[in-house]
Design a protein around this ligand. Structure first.
Ligand code: HEC
Ligand code: HEC
Length: 601
């Protein structure tokens, strides 16, 4: 036998022994917890059968809705597992009732699952949809089968369990109580109680196997109190979401975090946007800026940020030396420019509003139409665009290489002989990444400063989530369209934004449709932008057509483009009037103004 074969055999045996020794808590398969998921899934499957029978027997709306609610409750009690381990399945099981667009494959996948079915049972069942209803229920059975196969075959370790439960609390906070997946039934609050019960159920099973049982008891107590609060007031328009998050859900996250620390359960060393050192979603430094960098060598550093800040303000980046990034992105305006749309180098109006740059790191898609994936790719666009800066990357890199000071600083950071184009893109991107400081009064309140918000501002937050449904698109706490808790995708939406705040005419900018003319769903679709620092970034929308937040609120309150008579069959904003009173609107705006960070200079 060759020497290396012997060596590798030995190594394998050694590794196996080491793993055995360490098998204690960390790598062991939590078999009985998998069995529990399988048990719940079995109930789910049976309930689908029952629902099929109810539909076939043409039962009345009330019974059909009750059956459907049961089905959803059961899903919610195993959602922590399905959504974490099988995100693709979860997407089709409980994703929005919108077709999935796979741009890389140029495919449109039909929406299916519980939210599609919700439209058949709510607000009322219509017998003429019987065949479709049955078809979607049968598709749901396939998903249940997939869940069964997955949890029979794969193992489940303690670190995975802890992360999936933590994610589930984040999911309840951002998508559950906000009504994201219950648009028609409005059952987001009772379903969030079901989802919490599901987490509690698993913790009870885990309890006998751990050292720190007191931590588990404490968490279970918090879960029960939260469930009670959710079940007590089920009126989504009047619910106190702020207290639910601040007092209940964040405390549950904190308790799970403490338990993991006491029990010495390692965090999984995988790429995740929420730092394993953050005890909840609103903790200081919870979001990892590097989650959104394209690669290892693009990671942030203070030196890069510092250099980026300098270049951001230097006219050296424009073709004729008259402009810098700051010409259109002023710090005191949340890095926007206060104009409807900026002027081209030739003095003509450009067609889109300069967006805020704070928090633009936290999205998969730059520009209003998401035409660039990340900040590195974005800066090249702006620099070379003939209307904006009309520079050439090669020319600018040459110019920078001729500048001794710049050359030296770049060399210190990247250790290459001369400055390379990607490095210029990377320092600008690093600077923009640093502009998300999470330092607003809202953040301070969430981090324990209970005096940081006034009564009206708190009421405004509750309306933002409840009656006005803003958080179903502007997801807390980034307030943009990057979908929590995985943050793997950023949403665009079709609102029917008008040419201006008089709402007389649909704006003809096709948004994402410019680049995808054959996909009807993307016509007039724009990225959901962040609302952080929104008080500083007027005028609003992709065309800067709305001068004030009052005008934006008026647009939403009336129900968007369709309500103004625009032909827009693919509008994704629900077209009902929100019915907000003037006082309620004022409170929402007061809340939005708490999202200002102190100005960065
Ligand atoms: C002439 C004005 C102008 C200048 C100069 C300018 N920008 Fe912009 N910027 C814009 C406009 C307008 C948009 C939106 C364009 C669109 O969406 O089609 C934009 C979009 C962006 C975005 C996307 C943000 C998001 O959330 O989608 C980033 C990032 C950005 N600019 C960074 C820069 C950097 C870095 C520079 C300097 C290299 C720069 N800009 C120079 C006007 C300008
Ligand atoms: C269906 C998803 C959706 C809902 C619901 C929604 N928004 Fe938006 N919001 C968007 C999109 C997409 C844009 C960008 C539209 C455009 O530029 O044409 C936007 C833009 C905005 C802007 C302008 C941002 C800027 O930088 O110019 C504000 C302010 C705003 N929304 C506030 C709200 C408030 C407040 C609510 C609740 C009343 C709300 N949104 C509900 C998707 C949504």
């Amino acid at each position: 036998m060759k020497y290396w074969i012997v060596a590798s055999l030995l190594a394998t045996v050694l590794l196996a022994i080491m793993c055995q020794g360490n098998k204690s808590s960390v790598t062991r398969d939590l078999h009985e917890i998998r069995q529990e998921v399988l048990r719940i899934n079995h109930v789910f499957d049976r309930q689908i059968d029952q629902q099929l029978t109810l539909v076939k027997d043409e039962q009345d709306t009330k019974q059909l809705q009750a059956g459907f609610d049961h089905l959803r409750s059961t899903y919610k009690s195993m959602e922590w597992a399905v959504a974490y381990f099988m995100p693709e399945t979860a997407r089709f099981l409980n994703g929005p009732n919108l077709d999935e667009i796979e741009l890389e494959e140029n495919m449109v996948l039909e929406a299916e699952g519980l939210q599609t079915l919700e439209e058949y049972f709510y607000p009322a069942y219509q017998a003429e949809n019987k065949a479709e209803t049955l078809r979607f229920l049968k598709k749901l059975k396939n998903k249940s089968l997939a869940i069964n196969t997955y949890f029979e075959v794969n193992t489940l370790s303690l670190p995975q369990l802890m992360e999936s439960l933590r994610n589930q609390i984040f999911r309840i906070t951002t998508l559950g109580i906000t009504g994201f997946d219950t648009p028609l039934s409005g059952r987001g609050l009772p379903e969030s109680a079901d989802a919490l019960k599901g987490v509690g159920n698993i913790l009870k099973m885990l309890r006998p196997q751990v050292k720190h049982q007191q931590d588990i008891d404490h968490t279970l107590h918090l879960i029960e109190t939260a469930e009670a609060a959710l079940n007590q007031n089920r009126d989504r328009n009047k619910f106190d979401y702020l207290t639910m998050i601040d007092q209940h859900l964040n405390s549950i996250s904190d308790a799970l975090f403490e338990f993991r620390k006491h029990e010495n359960i390692p965090s999984l060393n995988i790429h995740h946007p929420i730092s394993p050192e953050a005890s909840n979603l609103f903790s200081k430094n919870a979001f990892e800026p590097d989650f959104f960098t394209p690669g290892e060598k693009q990671k942030m550093s203070n030196e890069k940020v510092h250099l980026g800040a300098k270049l951001f303000r230097d006219n050296i980046l424009s073709g004729d030396g008259t402009r810098s990034c700051i010409s259109c992105h002023h710090p005191e305006k949340g890095f926007s420019d206060g104009m409807t749309t900026p002027l081209t180098l030739a003095g003509k109006k450009m067609d889109r509003n300069s967006p805020s740059l704070s928090y633009s790191n936290y999205q998969h898609g730059q520009f209003w139409d998401m035409r660039r994936e990340d900040l590195e790719a974005q800066s090249m666009d702006v620099i070379t665009n003939k209307d904006e800066m009309h520079g050439s990357m090669d020319e600018i890199t040459t110019r920078l290489n001729q500048d001794e000071t710049y050359r030296e600083v770049f060399q210190q950071i990247y250790k290459t002989k001369s400055i390379e184009t990607w490095q210029l893109q990377n320092v600008l991107a690093s600077y923009i990444r640093s502009l998300a400081t999470f330092d607003s009064r809202f953040d301070q309140y969430m981090q324990g400063k209970s005096q940081a918000l006034t009564t009206d501002e708190k009421a405004g937050f509750n309306l933002f989530i409840g009656k006005a449904k803003c958080a179903t698109c502007h997801f807390i706490p980034l307030f943009n369209g990057t979908v929590p808790p995985e943050y793997a995708k950023t949403e665009s939406e079709v609102l029917g934004t008008a040419t201006d705040h008089r709402n007389l005419q649909l704006d003809q900018d096709r948004g994402r449709g410019r680049y995808h003319p054959t996909i009807p769903q993307l016509q007039y679709a724009f990225k959901t932008p962040t609302l952080r620092n929104i008080d500083k970034t007027a005028p609003y929308m992709h065309n800067g057509g709305y001068m004030t937040l009052e005008q934006v609120m008026d647009f939403y309150n009336k129900g968007g483009g369709q309500q103004f008579g625009f032909t827009l069959s693919n509008q994704t904003l629900p077209a009902d009037s929100l019915g907000l009173t003037e006082q309620e609107t004022a409170k929402i705006i007061a809340f939005l103004k708490t999202l200002n960070d102190p100005t960065i200079h």
